[in-house]
Write a protein of this length. Structure first.
Length: 182
């Protein structure tokens, strides 16, 4: 029994060491993106350097799109702070429409989760759908972050259903880096 316990402790310590090494490697091999830009920083997000990241601004809306193989993360600004203050029409225009333009058969799987991460309030919900470009089934995490009183940010992760186990933890780790500027 003592030998089995010692073996389990060694396995746990080795696993913890690997997690710490992987975390340190991820922390050193990232690029920080300022949202929406350096002149008006509202929040920061880190993407691993093996992700392709593009930023664009159209009509005053800044978008950050990160991609890696069959996984992606999209960040879009919204023009309101409090979701409960939005009319159903405004909600459709700023939240549902971008998602419905990219995905069909969108189905939310659970009740929304509300919380705070790095001092930023958020709301998130898991969903499934079909990517309109590829026709493949996808899994999503649809989130709304509230970095300040005037900005709300729609963030959604998307991953092909067949590879979600492979990329989900990395997507969640990226979401965990969303933070306020110092």
């Amino acid at each position: 029994m003592v030998q089995k316990k010692h073996c389990m402790s060694s396995v746990f310590i080795a696993a913890l060491g690997l997690v710490l090494i992987a975390g340190a490697a991820l922390a050193q091999d990232v690029t920080t993106y300022v949202y929406p830009d350096q002149n008006n920083p509202q929040f920061l997000v880190d993407f691993p350097n093996d992700w392709t990241v593009e930023t664009s601004t159209d009509g005053g809306v800044t978008t950050i799109v990160g991609k890696k193989a069959e996984a992606g993360i999209v960040l879009l600004t919204l023009p309101a702070k409090k979701v409960e203050n939005l009319t159903p029409e405004a909600w459709d225009a700023i939240v549902d429409m971008p998602l419905e333009n990219a995905f069909s058969d969108l189905e939310y799987l659970d009740e929304p989760e509300e919380g705070t991460s790095n001092d930023i309030e958020f709301w998130k919900q898991n969903a499934t759908g079909t990517d309109k470009e590829t026709g493949k089934p996808v899994e999503l995490i649809v989130s709304i972050y509230f970095p300040n009183d005037v900005t709300t940010v729609l963030v959604y992760t998307v991953c092909e259903e067949a590879s979600s186990d492979q990329y989900r933890d990395e997507q969640l780790a990226i979401l965990d880096t969303i933070r306020l500027p110092e």
